[in-house]
Ligand binder design. Structure first.
Ligand SMILES: C[S@@+](CC[C@H](N)C(=O)[O-])C[C@H]1O[C@@H](n2cnc3c(N)ncnc32)[C@H](O)[C@@H]1O
Length: 246
């Protein structure tokens, strides 16, 4: 079974602890108080705390750490020339969800690098060990690489396929350009870039996500060859999938 870690775990855990800090004393008051009003207030507090806690638990398990939403990664993989790739780099691989998603299309002969800052303050367990373990469970040997998207520790013109899945929106807006220019630098001249992005754009931008992300990619020197919307997570809008060449 995969373990892709728990997203935003510190914020969610704090919300769960706050809920428990309300529910437990309110429950004790409800049991011990003689006053009808105190019992009523305690009941309301318990209900509020339970709703708050249950919402935090639901969000903590969303996306479920064991599950892969295959559709967007399948769409990305089928748009990329993995069959003739000797080297591929996934920028912002995290615990390996995107690597596992791409795995069925990656030939054994292809060296698959997974790069990330591997910061476990946002995703519980985010680290090279989990990326490698999840990759193995999906049948691929991943070479995890600790590094920053805007300063890739990767040779120029060395990667036949470069991917960035659900990572650009996580970067500060000023870092998106440098990260894409680095992707351009490491991509071979005949290589391909695939970007899978949430339909999220900076607050001060009015462009639609399917215009915004391709524009940023073009500004970094790529030629965008296709843009499409793919996948549909529960309650979420479809992803934007952009394919481009250097
Ligand atoms: C939402 S996760 C996406 C993980 C995976 N690619 C996927 O499709 O599920 C975003 C990842 O980007 C990584 N990240 C954030 N800023 C980064 C940076 N400057 N350089 C490299 N990785 C970064 C985070 O550590 C996190 O693992």
């Amino acid at each position: 079974m995969y373990n892709f870690g728990l997203y935003h775990w510190r914020r969610r855990l704090r919300a769960i602890l706050i809920a428990l800090a309300v529910i437990l004393p309110a429950g004790a008051c409800r049991r011990t108080s003689e006053s009808r009003w105190v019992r009523l207030v305690a009941t309301v507090a318990m209900v509020g705390g339970t709703v708050h806690g249950a919402t935090a638990v639901r969000r903590l398990l969303s996306p479920p750490p064991w599950a892969l939403d295959r559709e967007p990664y399948d769409a990305l993989a089928s748009a990329l020339p993995f069959a003739r790739a000797d080297r591929a780099l996934d920028i912002g691989c995290g615990t390996g969800r995107s690597l596992v998603g791409l795995a069925p299309s990656v030939p054994d002969s292809c060296t698959l690098l997974g790069l990330d800052v591997f910061d476990d303050r946002i995703i519980l367990g985010n680290g090279p060990a989990l990326a490698r373990r999840n990759g193995r469970a999906a049948g691929v040997d991943i070479a995890p690489l600790v590094g920053d998207a805007s300063r890739l520790p990767v040779a120029t013109d060395s990667q036949d396929v470069v991917t960035a899945c659900r990572v650009l929106h996580d970067l500060p807006a000023t870092e998106v350009g440098p990260a894409l220019r680095e992707a351009h630098r490491v991509c071979t001249p005949q290589g391909t870039l695939g970007v899978l992005e949430l339909p999220i754009i900076p607050e001060d931008t009015t462009a639609a996500p399917e215009e915004y992300w391709p524009d940023r990619i073009s500004q970094a020197g790529f030629t965008v060859t296709s843009v499409q919307r793919v996948g549909q997570e529960a309650r979420a809008e479809p992803y934007v999938l952009v394919v481009a060449t250097p």
